[in-house]
Design a binder for this molecule. Structure first.
Ligand SMILES: C[S@@+](CC[C@H](N)C(=O)[O-])C[C@H]1O[C@@H](n2cnc3c(N)ncnc32)[C@H](O)[C@@H]1O
Length: 385
């Protein structure tokens, strides 16, 4: 496909995604209906679609509208490509520019482009909560997220894992944030079929999640509960860091735990699953990786950024408080409660500690991660009583 035909495909996809069709489903259906498109075409179209969702606000401004065509005009303008060279109507490319589109492309470029890529209602909170980092983090959140692997240090070490990956054409480099993390520089699409992945020597996990988990105190024999375990990312990282700890995984939604036994078997980890609502008690460590806005991971899930609204955020904040209240009671005397999530927002992170502090918990370690460190936005606090 020509570059213009790829842009035309992205336009038609965006025109189904923007009114509500999930991007992944739209892309899969598109690939099924366009068998002639090769893997490079599909990857390029996918990148256009995700770039447009990530930068929807600024591309709309640059392209003079909200639909797929305007967003692609905005993308080309942001990339310094003359839209006239793509919007020719030839070779399956998009139709030539209208006079109104031409005029929109001549409008001056606004100064605050990065800010436009946050939902408008959230900008004041993000400005306040990110403080001095607001501008740089806003800018960083417009780019694609890196692909990061966690080396399963119970089974191998980062150097050997990197060599094994390299032998299969997957080039990595150590991540500065945490020793277990490798950033994939080349060959990311091969990871799932690589021997290192299939044999449980590496897992996909962002560096901030790894670094946050690395802060959690662990020792052989400790009883540990991952209270909101979901797919098990944190439980698996804990098991890798200390295979002699006794790790339990719980989730209110048992369907979310479905993949965990397979992932644990692949990693050679032992993780006991608790029935929903029956997590047990008396743990030395309870990890609460709470459901949240996901604002720190919106580079990876840009649709979620535009779907969140104030009502949903309030629901999440209430749910986090309820979960923390329950989880705190599961910690044994002298134990640790680790609260974490992938939000930038104070209301979902540090502000959630106030009720616990009123109940005698003290925060001894608190750390925020951001894309300025090559990671997702993430928060962790360790509390003792
Ligand atoms: C951020 S996700 C967890 C991700 C997971 N820890 C990982 O690293 O892959 C939050 C999880 O909390 C679960 N959850 C939601 N409400 C809950 C509740 N009241 N009690 C326990 N878990 C809950 C959700 O089902 C979801 O799987």
């Amino acid at each position: 496909m020509t570059p213009a035909a790829r842009i035309a495909a992205a336009i038609s996809l965006l025109d189904t995604i923007l009114p509500g069709e999930p991007a992944e489903r739209a892309l899969t259906n598109w690939a099924r209906g366009h068998r002639f498109a090769g893997s490079k075409d599909r990857a390029a179209i996918r990148d256009h679609v995700y770039d447009a969702l990530r930068c929807r606000g600024s591309f709309a401004q640059l392209g003079g509208g909200e639909d797929g065509r305007a967003l692609m005009l905005g993308l080309l303008r942001a990339q310094g490509i003359d839209p006239q060279t793509i919007f020719t109507g030839e070779g399956y490319g998009p139709e030539p520019l209208s006079a109104a589109e031409q005029a929109a492309l001549e409008a001056p470029v606004p100064e605050d482009l990065a800010e436009l890529d946050w939902p408008e209602w959230l900008r004041p909170a993000l400005r306040a909560d990110l403080g001095a980092g607001y501008g740089a983090i806003s800018e960083a959140m417009r780019a694609r997220a890196p692909v990061i692997l966690r080396v399963n240090i119970a089974r191998t070490d980062p150097k050997k894992a990197a060599e094994m990956l390299a032998a299969e054409g997957i080039v990595t480099q150590p991540h500065p944030l945490v020793a277990t993390a490798l950033e994939v520089i080349e060959g990311a699409r091969k990871v799932h079929r690589s021997a290192a992945y299939m044999n449980g020597l590496v897992e996909l996990q962002d560096a901030a999640s790894q670094a946050a988990t690395a802060l959690v105190p662990l020792a052989p024999g400790m009883r540990v509960l991952d209270y909101c375990a979901g797919g098990g990312g944190k439980a698996l990282a804990l098991a890798a860091a200390c295979p002699e700890a006794v790790i339990h995984a719980h989730d209110a939604d048992p369907a979310r735990l479905r993949d965990l036994p397979v992932r644990a078997a692949r990693a050679g980890a032992e993780i006991a699953l608790c029935p929903p609502g029956a997590p047990g008690t008396g743990y030395d460590l309870v990890v609460v990786d709470a459901p949240c806005s996901g604002s720190g991971t919106w580079r990876r899930t840009p649709e979620a950024k535009w779907r969140l609204d104030p009502a949903r955020l309030s629901e999440l904040v209430a749910l986090q408080a309820e979960i923390l209240e329950k989880a705190a009671d599961l910690v044994a005397d002298g134990g640790v409660l680790a609260y974490m999530n992938c939000s930038f927002l104070e209301v979902e992170t540090a502000a959630q500690l106030r009720d616990l502090e009123a109940r005698g918990w003290a925060c001894q370690t608190e750390r925020r991660f951001s894309p300025l460190e090559g990671a997702d936005g993430f928060y962790v606090a360790l509390l003792h009583r």
